[in-house]
Design a protein around this ligand. Structure first.
Ligand code: F6P
Length: 370
C-alpha cells in the first residue's frame, strides 16, 4: 500500500478531523504510506486544486477542532452534479471522470468519511472498480450496521446543555419551552438529550404524537403546581396522521430540509393558554469541539480504516459493535437506516414511559399511542 486518499462528504460532524489525523498517522507510521486529501467531498476530484497532500504537519493540532480541514459538500453527488449548460441549470453524471482521476492518482484505497448519502455513493463507486472503505459519520446516529457514528455524542451534549439552560429560564418565567432538535428521520438526538436533560415531553419521528396529549402533560404539571415544562421535539417528528414539516423541498441535487415542527407545536400549546417560547438549536449541534468519546471513536475508526485498506478489504465500513471496532459490508450497512427501536431499546423506553408517557404508553405489555 503506497498511497491512500481520504475525503469527507455530506454535512459535517464533530470528529471528522480526528479521523483524518488518525488516518494520516496510522498510514505513515504503520505502513510508510502517503496520504492525499480530496477537498469538498467528491467535488475535489473534479475541481482544480481539489487534491492536497496530507502529512504529519498538516494534521498537527486538529484533534479537538470541529468541522473538517478538507471541507465538505452535501450536494456533491457525482451522479447528479449541477452545471450550467447553454445558460440553463442541469445535472450531469461525472462518476466515470472521478474513477479515472482515482486511477490517475494511483490510489490504493479511498477512505470515505460520510453519512448515508456519501456512503451510498461510495458503494456505487466500488461497483465501478474503486477500492473503497467507509467510515460512518453523522450527528444523527442513523447509519445501520454500527452502534454509533462519531459526532452524535457531541450533538447530544450540546442539545442537553441547551435543555439545562432552557430549564432555568422556563422555571423563572413559568413558561413552556419547546426545543427543536436535528436528527432527520431518526429521533436519537431528541431522545438521548431529552432523557439526559429531563425534558417533560419528547417527540420523535418513530412515534407520531397527538397535540392534545402534549398539552395534557403541560396542564397536568401546572395543576400540581409545576408551572413550567420542557418539550424536546425532533425535527422529523410528526402528528399522528399528518406529514412531516419541511422548511425546503428537495430536488435531484438538494435533499429536502426538515424544520418547523417546533414552531407548530409551540403555537398549539400557546393557543391552549400556556405561555410558550420556541428555540431551534439548528447547526449549533454540528459545530464545536468533539467530546472525548467522539475523539476516541473517531481515532479508532480512522486507524481501523487504514488497517482494512492494508488488508485489501474493500467495500467495507468500520463499525462499533459491543465496544469493539469491526468491519461490515458497506452495501448492507447503508441498505437499511437505523431508527430508534421503540420495542427493544431497553434503557430509554421505560424512562420515556415514566417521564413522558406522552407519545405512547405501555398497555398490556404493548406500546400504544395515546
Ligand atoms: O444529517 C445531519 C443534519 O444535521 C440533519 O440532522 C439535518 O436535518 C441536516 O443535516 C441539515 O442539513 P444542512 O446542513 O443542509 O442544513
Amino acid at each position: 500500500m503506497k498511497r491512500l486518499g481520504v475525503l469527507t462528504g455530506g454535512g459535517d460532524a464533530p470528529g471528522l478531523n480526528a479521523v483524518i489525523r488518525a488516518v494520516v498517522k496510522t498510514a505513515i507510521h504503520e505502513y510508510g504510506c502517503e496520504v492525499i486529501g480530496i477537498r469538498d467531498g467528491y467535488d475535489g476530484f473534479i475541481d482544480d486544486q481539489g487534491i492536497t497532500p496530507l502529512g504529519i504537519e498538516e494534521v498537527r493540532g486538529i484533534l479537538p477542532r470541529g468541522g473538517t480541514i478538507l471541507g465538505t459538500a452535501n450536494r456533491g453527488n457525482p451522479y447528479a452534479r449541477k452545471v450550467i449548460r447553454d445558460g440553463k441549470e442541469t445535472t450531469i453524471d461525472v462518476s466515470d471522470e472521478i474513477v479515472k482521476c482515482i486511477r490517475r492518482l494511483k490510489m490504493d484505497a479511498l477512505l470515505v468519511l460520510g453519512g448515508d448519502g456519501t456512503l451510498h455513493i461510495a458503494h456505487e463507486l466500488f461497483q465501478k472498480g474503486v477500492p473503497i472503505i467507509g467510515v460512518p459519520k453523522t450527528i444523527d446516529n442513523d447509519i445501520g450496521g454500527t452502534e454509533a457514528t462519531f459526532g452524535f455524542d457531541t450533538a447530544v451534549t450540546t442539545a442537553t446543555e441547551a435543555i439545562d439552560k432552557l430549564h432555568t429560564t422556563a422555571e423563572a418565567h413559568h413558561r413552556v419551552m419547546v426545543l427543536e432538535l436535528m436528527g432527520r428521520d431518526a429521533g436519537f438526538i431528541a431522545l438521548h438529550a431529552g432523557i439526559s436533560g429531563g425534558a417533560d415531553v419528547i417527540l420523535i419521528p418513530e412515534i407520531p404524537f397527538k397535540y392534545e396529549a402534549v398539552v395534557a402533560k403541560v396542564r397536568e404539571r401546572v395543576d400540581r403546581g409545576t408551572l413550567f415544562s420542557i418539550i424536546a421535539v425532533s425535527e422529523g417528528a410528526k402528528p399522528l396522521g399528518e406529514q412531516q414539516v419541511f422548511s425546503r423541498t428537495g430536488d435531484e441535487v438538494y435533499v429536502p430540509r426538515l424544520g418547523g415542527i417546533g414552531q407548530i407545536v409551540g403555537e398549539y400549546i400557546e393557543q391552549q393558554g400556556f405561555e410558550t417560547r420556541v428555540t431551534v438549536l439548528g447547526h449549533l449541534q454540528r459545530g464545536g469541539t468533539p467530546t472525548p468519546f467522539d475523539r476516541w471513536l473517531a481515532t479508532r475508526y480512522g486507524a481501523a480504516a487504514v488497517r482494512l485498506a492494508a488488508q485489501g478489504k474493500f467495500d467495507r465500513m468500520v463499525s462499533l459493535q459491543g465496544g469493539k471496532i469491526v468491519d461490515v459490508s458497506l452495501e448492507k450497512a447503508v441498505a437499511v437506516p437505523k431508527r430508534v427501536d421503540i420495542n427493544e431499546d431497553a434503557v430509554p423506553v421505560p424512562v420515556m414511559l415514566e417521564v413522558c408517557h406522552i407519545s405512547f404508553r405501555m398497555s398490556m405489555g404493548e406500546l400504544r399511542l395515546l
